[in-house]
Write a protein that binds this ligand. Structure first.
Ligand code: ATR
Length: 284
């Protein structure tokens, strides 16, 4: 049994490569859209360990029907050497989450996380947030943080305050991404909220069995938008505390849903929508 096994190989196909990949919600997301738009096609979980990424991608263009794949943990960096072209945003993020097989069989890589992040803020909090209106505070300096930093800098934030438990990682990002990034000690994170226009948690704190995020919000302006990219649970302690004091909030599910849009359109030819029904289906 290989990742390519299929009973009907003429349908347009895509999938998600990860290791393990059982947890991925992408099949629910793309499966919902395929049904919603009445498209015959399929989207599968494709278990591919990082050491097999090269062989998988070399075989991909020869597989009948395959239009491309999403890439998830731990393969987002491992795929880079096998792509004929990598879009500039993905290069800056340093990771690819969407691959399209082009007509000549070559592979194009992009990263739709930055798009998904901004699209989710714009869809779920219309008129509540303008990047240029003030500083953004970003908690965390991992892979998700890189995509969000690129998104916020491109959207025009005047200042980005970055705080991370391991300060060296935040400092490396400040060196890489330029002088609009101010690094704040993790111990001083509550003070970084003064005058902020946006607060984003990109750490795993507050997710499932992880510790909760300890962050007093007293200094955060009441108009600041608060976003948590954690979506299990959907309402994290951070979002509950922000909402209780009247701040507008956006949960983490929107970023997951919106980041899937460009891939679906490229593979299946329809620009999909994010609806309440989709949210419910992906959470189920
Ligand atoms: P992702 O790709 O989702 O960003 P990651 O690259 O593993 O995941 O990054 C996890 C982030 O959560 C990091 O910023 C990490 O901080 P460190 O760089 O100091 O490890 C942060 N994080 C995880 N557990 C944490 C904890 N208990 N306290 C503070 N930060 C934590």
């Amino acid at each position: 049994m290989t990742a390519f096994d299929t009973e009907d190989d003429i349908l347009p196909r895509a999938g998600v490569i990860g290791w393990p990949v059982d947890h991925s919600r992408s099949p629910k997301l793309h499966g919902f859209w395929l049904a919603q738009y009445g498209l015959s096609g399929r989207y599968d979980r494709l278990p591919v360990p990082p050491e097999e990424v090269g062989a998988f991608l070399e075989a991909l263009p020869k597989e009948p029907g395959f239009r491309g794949v999403n890439v998830t943990i731990p393969n987002k960096v491992a795929v880079l050497p096998y792509l004929a072209e990598i879009d500039p945003v993905a290069r800056r993020i340093g990771a690819v989450n969407t691959i399209v097989v082009r007509e000549d069989g070559s592979l194009h890589g992009s990263n739709t996380d930055a798009f998904g992040f901004l699209a989710s803020l714009r869809a779920d909090a219309p008129k509540m947030w303008r990047a240029a209106n003030g500083p953004a505070v970003v908690l965390g300096a991992g892979g998700a943080s890189r995509a969000i930093i690129v998104a916020l800098l491109d959207a025009g934030v005047p200042e980005l305050r970055l705080t991370n438990r391991s300060r060296d990682k935040a400092e490396a990002l400040a060196v890489e991404f330029g002088n609009r990034i101010q690094v704040v000690d993790w111990e001083k994170r509550a003070g970084a909220l003064a005058g902020a226009n946006l607060l984003v948690n990109t750490t795993s704190l507050g997710m499932g069995s992880q510790p909760v995020l300890d962050l007093p919000l007293n200094d955060l302006p009441a108009t600041a938008l608060v976003n948590d990219i954690v979506y299990t649970p959907l309402e994290t302690d951070l979002l509950a505390a922000a909402q209780a004091r009247g701040n507008p909030v956006v949960d983490g599910l929107g970023m997951l849903l919106h980041q899937g849009r460009p891939g679906f359109e490229a593979w299946f030819g329809v620009a999909p929508e994010v609806t309440p029904e989709l949210r419910a289906a992906v959470l189920a």
